[in-house]
Design a protein around this ligand. Structure first.
Ligand SMILES: *Cc1c(COP(=O)(O)O)cnc(C)c1O
Length: 445
């Protein structure tokens, strides 16, 4: 199909006026930018009507497809009432209802919701709250944070300090606060003959010995429960979380669960931490929270943390704010998203979907170039053997030519390919996704 003038003009204007995220703009001299005119369900349509299956849920945010009628209707209704109001000193029904319902999703254990606008802000909020809690509680020396090797918690300076993805971090390292790294339970790193669970236990032991030495100066451990996303969909055994929870409790250190990617059903349970039978002290949410419609993030925490800030003294309060905190439209989209989870019994339905998709992946999983094929909930990932430099870009282009949006990750070679489709993906669309990915893999050295 020929690219129309309209398509070409739009991408050229974008290349000039828009500085695209996570992009070396010079690559767009030869790599076209894809102009999207509309979306419906799992599909994105360009200005010429060419369609792409959104296998990455538009950077992991979309849950129920593009232009979901129920979310659209909720937003249209909210627009007639209130688009936004300052949240300091004011409140509104959507933010109250959302806070109550998110807390209920934690079994009421995390009963206080603080809002931000994106994932990185949620990380910043959790780190600052943890530090300030200890300061208010007479332990101002607890200023250090621990994260896992290969962690990703966002790219603002505080969040980047606890991020361990070289591609994002190395350039800015001189600007970052030192923070501590402990070994990752990622099962791909298990020694030969070691099970994923044994590897997780070994990683937990390394955490334990770090805490034994440094607990007095450590405020919190931050983890991505069960799946470390941006480093390359590294999956690990829930035993790590159980042991990390116990070690943090023993040593008086907070556990921050960054469920910005894993939350809202992505790993098979509503929150990933549920699979370990634990509760974190802080829970960071964003991405899927609005079904992929509007920027919003939240940090949930316990009565105990909240109480440490509750005082006559102003500066013992959490004096952190973002202009769009608790935006009414975004909260309403989040409420509509939670409604869909209930109306469609999404967690149960996804179990079925995941099994259907995994069955279709059998040939892919045993493809001669595919290594470490793995899945959890609605995530599928694998490494590509002998991926030459530039592989990520070549696979992206080969998949795009076949009507699939894929975005390989994992370092500069980007040899980790993953599927993280909207939950509404049909069996027909699964077939399309898998067969075209196989074909793209054949075409991308
Ligand atoms: C995407 C992501 C973030 C950062 O969220 P942004 O909205 O991109 O700032 C943080 N943590 C995890 C685990 C993520 O996947």
């Amino acid at each position: 199909m020929q690219t129309s003038t309209r398509n070409r003009v739009l991408l050229e204007r974008s290349r000039t006026a828009v500085w695209h995220p996570c992009t070396q703009m010079k690559q767009h001299e030869t790599l076209p930018i894809v102009p999207i005119a509309r979306g419906k369900g799992c599909w994105l349509y360009d200005c010429d009507g060419r369609r792409y299956l959104d296998a990455v849920s538009s950077w992991w945010v979309n849950l129920f497809g593009h232009a979901e009628p129920r979310i659209n209707a909720a937003l249209a209704d909210q627009l007639q009432q209130l688009e936004h109001v300052i949240l300091a000193g004011f409140t509104h029904e959507p933010v109250v209802a959302l806070s109550e319902r998110l807390s209920a999703k934690t079994g009421g254990r995390l009963g206080h919701c603080f809002y931000g606008s994106d994932g990185a802000s949620a990380t910043e909020i959790a780190l600052k709250m943890s530090f300030h809690y200890w300061r208010n509680s007479g332990s101002p020396e607890k200023t250090e944070f621990i994260s896992l090797a290969g962690s990703y918690h966002g790219e603002t300076l505080g969040a980047l300090s606890v991020t361990d993805v070289a591609l994002f971090r190395d350039t800015y390292a001189p600007l970052l606060r030192p923070s501590r790294r402990v070994p990752s339970p990622d099962w791909r790193l298990a020694a030969p003959g070691m099970s994923p669970r044994e590897h997780a236990i070994a990683a937990a032991q390394a955490l334990e010995s770090h805490l034994e030495q440094h607990h007095a100066v450590t405020a919190a451990l931050i983890v991505e429960p069960l799946v470390q996303g941006a480093t390359g969909m590294a999956m690990y055994d829930a035993e790590y979380l159980r042991r990390a929870r116990a070690a943090c409790d023993r040593h008086g250190v907070h556990l921050i669960a960054d469920e910005i990617m894993t939350g809202f059903g992505r790993t098979g349970s509503f929150f990933a931490y549920e699979q370990a039978g634990i509760t974190p002290d802080f829970l960071c949410l964003s991405k899927g929270i609005t079904g992929g419609y509007l920027p919003l993030s939240a940090v949930l925490t316990t009565d105990g943390v909240y109480a440490a800030f509750y005082d006559d003294e102003v500066t013992r309060g959490f004096l952190h704010s973002h202009s769009y905190t608790g935006n009414a439209l975004a909260c309403r989209a989040a409420l509509a998203t939670l409604d869909i989870f209930e109306q469609d019994d999404v967690i149960t339905a996804n179990r079925n979907k995941a099994a259907q998709m995994s069955a279709r992946c059998a040939a892919l999983a045993t493809h001669p170039r595919v290594r470490n094929f793995r899945t959890l909930g609605m995530i599928w990932a694998f490494e590509v053997a002998d991926a030459q430099p530039g592989f990520a870009r070549r696979l992206f282009e080969a998949a795009l030519a076949r009507g699939v949006l894929l975005r390989p990750i994992g370092g500069t070679a980007g040899s980790t390919v993953y599927f993280m489709p909207p939950y509404v993906i049909s069996e027909e669309e699964m077939d399309w996704l898998v067969s075209n990915t196989m074909a793209a893999l054949e075409a991308a050295p």
